[in-house]
Structure formats: C-alpha cells, structure tokens
Design a protein around this ligand. Structure first.
Ligand SMILES: [Zn+2]
Length: 163
C-alpha cells in the first residue's frame, strides 16, 4: 500500500466519531514498511482491546475501529482475512460497530481475526502460528495477498451494509 499520513488515517474511520478517531494511538508510521503492507492493522498499545484496520483500494482509504473480545477462543479458528489457522490462543473475535446511527444503537458485526492483527506478517511468512498445521493451499503469494485484501474490503462493505 502507499504511505499514508496520520491525518488521512484518522479521517478515514467509517465507524467511529471524529473525537474517537483522534484519540486512537497509531503505530509509529515512519517505521511502517508500507510497500509490504496488505493493509495496515494494529492494536492500540494503550487500549489493547481496540484494534484498527486501514485498507487502501483504488486510491480510497477506509479505516475501521474493531473491538477485541476479552475471552480467548477455546477452539482453533481461521482468521477471516488472511485465512491463517490459529490455536485458540492466537485468534480473537473482533466486533465492529456499524457506521452512524445504527452503530450508536449498538449494532455490530463480528469476525474471527488473528488476535494480534498481524495478518500481513502471516501471509508473507514473517510470522507462523505455533503448534498448528496450516491447510495445504496451491495459491501463489500474490493470490494470497489479493484474497486477504479482498476479505478485508468485503468485511468493510458488509459493515457499511453494501453487501
Ligand atoms: Zn489474519
């Protein structure tokens, strides 16, 4: 993805107030290896149950605030973005408030994701879940990257009620 500024990222949140977006703690952007990122995702180091996802697609940047469930998953699950299979300790249920009035009334959608939101690192093979075997897949790295990004975009579309 292209390098994004802090202002662009904070402006791009589709499902939280401007004030909330302003208060989120961002990663150190100048340390991000932008060209390697499928999307930018991180946990707020001061509120570790708050996760953020920033996806750039065809010049449009969209960001989503995610809430991580406190309870650890008991069973192994697959991340619904990068399709990495994790033992219960490596996966978390994340929920996102729907944009606008609906979200303020408490409507959310949820999905299982890598607990540390490090999908890019798993796809690129920089991280590997311990103690679990991955599905055998014939996809190329390029195709896996494409799939991961399109899963994240699909989640955002679903959140916004577009699909
Ligand atoms: Zn993942």
């Amino acid at each position: 993805m292209h390098e994004l500024s802090e202002t662009t990222i904070r402006k791009s949140f589709v499902n939280c107030s401007k004030g909330e977006a302003k208060r989120l703690n961002l990663p150190t952007l100048r340390e991000v290896k932008w060209e390697d990122q499928i999307f930018l995702s991180w946990l707020d180091h001061k509120s570790p149950l708050k996760g953020c996802l920033v996806v750039e697609h065809e010049g449009e940047v969209q960001a989503v605030l995610l809430q991580k469930a406190k309870a650890q998953s008991k069973a192994a699950q697959m991340c619904q973005f990068c399709m990495t299979l994790h033992p219960g300790s490596g996966i978390s249920m994340y929920t996102a408030a729907r944009p606008g009035e609906s979200g303020r009334r408490g409507n959310t959608i949820g999905t299982y994701l890598c607990a540390n939101l490090a999908c890019t690192d798993y796809v690129l093979g920089k991280k590997k879940p311990v103690g679990i075997r991955q599905m055998e897949e014939t996809l190329t790295l390029e195709e896996k990257i494409e799939r991961t990004k399109s899963n994240a975009l699909g989640f955002i579309a679903r959140l916004k009620g577009e699909s």
